[in-house]
Design a protein around this ligand. Structure first.
Ligand code: SF4
Length: 128
């Protein structure tokens, strides 16, 4: 028996409502997409949904206390909680460069967590 799964395409502001039909895990049809990107998105969401993880980690001696970080690529959605947990307690020394690796192979995905921005060291305040 065929089953239907609904998705909303997030690849452009059109937000097309997609309907994927499958039977025993085999994709039969995708409808509702205005372009082929939506078809591919629905197929990926059904077979292996992935997301880029974004969060923050602590910084030692930085101009800001927290550093925004992200996964260098999208990782399986089911591993996002593990990925975020593995970043707990990580402290990065300033200065930090954009795309600097903060953690390798997060949650065994083979994907690195990288800095989303430059972050300078805390400036030393002169005595007045
Ligand atoms: S299917 Fe195409 S047109 Fe529709 S939201 Fe996705 S990318 Fe945009």
């Amino acid at each position: 028996m065929a089953n239907k799964h609904d998705f909303v395409c997030i690849n452009c502001p059109m937000s097309c409502s997609l309907e994927l039909t499958e039977e025993n895990g085999e994709i039969l049809e995708v409808t509702g997409n205005d372009c082929k990107i939506g078809k591919r998105y629905a197929e990926e969401e059904f077979k292996d949904p992935r997301r880029v993880v974004t969060t923050t980690v602590s910084v030692r001696s930085g101009s800001l206390p927290m550093l925004p970080v992200r996964s260098a690529e999208a990782i399986p959605k089911r591993l996002i909680t593990d990925a975020v947990k593995s970043l707990e307690g990580i402290v990065v020394d300033a200065p930090v460069k954009l795309d600097q690796v903060v953690l390798e192979d997060v949650a065994g995905t083979g994907v690195n967590i990288i800095a989303s921005r430059d972050l300078a060291s805390a400036s030393i305040q002169p005595n007045t």
